[in-house]
Design a protein around this ligand. Structure first.
Ligand code: PBG
Length: 323
């Protein structure tokens, strides 16, 4: 009877053998934890569709940041909830708004923690779109000026990295120019380059109340069917000065992460978004899946696909397991 000479099972026999030949590892070094910050004080409001995630006022946020820092997670990304929304989303670039205050407070107390800020208007506009309106259209070029103002206000507050997530054309160049002209040449730009028009953002929009009041985001976020277009977006952002590029969401877009990693030499971030988190938490709570194992399998798959960094609501849970 014929037996193969090479038997793959030999290396699967014991845990130490498996450890020796393991190809992919997720490290705490790769995790970024998203935080939602709101005006006021003493507030810590749960986000119902995202168990374990809260909207914090700046004072209460600091306990959460202390925990993130204790877990040795290297960075956070901040999202803001305004006290008032208007047509232009002007609270997005107010120096005393929640995000700007939070950046200052975090950099003050935890200077080594990398603070990234999401640069977008959808949380701040009364219409819920990511840019300024011209009638019912989202107008590209007038939005760029506002986005540059937002990025500048984050840089002034002390953000290490600004992350435009609006998907306007030319926004990386507009932001890079504004930063450089104002002496912020060390503030980096993390571009949400391949950001798809995804149904997986649902719970996030509940968390920051940013669902568009009419229409949808199809005229600026990418069509989920397109892969080559993602490479063009990444190329443009790198030409415009992006220091890091991002693919978002992560799980349904592992092929995109791999392509970007193979073609370009910038660090690649992947955003394991709110809907991806909510599904695991919901099924885990029902006892239908083993939540911890599924979480780690997801994070490994994102790293295996080529991501250098993962923005994930699982960062704290994962860091506890990886300690
Ligand atoms: C802002 C923004 C969104 C997310 C990150 N930045 C929402 C959107 O585009 O509607 C989604 C993050 C998540 O779902 O976890 N434009």
């Amino acid at each position: 009877m014929y037996f193969p000479v090479y038997r793959p099972r030999r290396f699967r026999r014991t845990e130490n053998l498996r450890r020796m030949v393991r190809e992919t590892r997720v490290s705490i070094d790769q995790l970024v934890y998203p935080l939602f910050v709101m005006p006021g004080s003493g507030l810590k409001n749960p986000v119902p569709s995202m168990p374990g995630v809260f909207q914090f006022s700046v004072d209460r946020l600091m306990d959460e940041v202390r925990e993130v820092s204790r877990l040795k997670i290297p960075g956070v990304i901040l999202f803001g909830i305004p006290s008032e929304k208007d047509e232009r989303g002007s609270e997005a670039y107010a120096d005393d708004a929640a995000v700007q205050q939070a950046v200052r407070a975090i950099k003050d107390a935890f200077p080594d923690l990398v603070v990234m800020t999401d640069v977008c208007l959808c949380e701040y506009t009364s219409h819920g779109h990511c840019g300024l309106l011209d009638g019912t259209e989202v107008h590209n070029d007038s939005t760029l000026e506002v986005l540059a103002e937002v990025a500048l206000s984050h840089a002034r507050a002390g953000a290490d990295l600004v992350a435009p997530s609006d998907m306007m054309d030319g926004r990386v160049a507009a932001i890079r120019d504004a930063l450089d002209e104002n002496g912020f040449d060390q503030t980096g730009v993390v571009a949400y380059s391949a950001k798809y028009c995804s149904a997986f953002y649902g719970p996030f929009r509940e968390a920051v109340d940013s669902a568009p009041q009419f229409g949808d985001r199809r005229s600026y976020q990418m069509d989920v069917c397109n892969a080559r277009e993602a490479l063009r977006e990444v190329e443009l952002d790198i030409e415009e000065g992006a220091d890091m590029v991002m693919v978002k969401p992560a799980l349904s877009y592992l092929d995109i992460i791999r392509k970007v990693k193979d073609e370009y030499d910038r660090p690649v971030a992947a955003y394991n978004v709110s809907g991806e988190y909510a599904m695991v938490k919901a099924a885990g709570a029902k006892g239908w899946i083993d939540e911890e194992r599924v979480m780690m399998e997801i994070l490994v798959s994102i790293v295996r696909a080529g991501a250098d960094l993962i923005i994930t609501y699982f960062a704290k849970d994962a860091a506890r397991l990886l300690q």
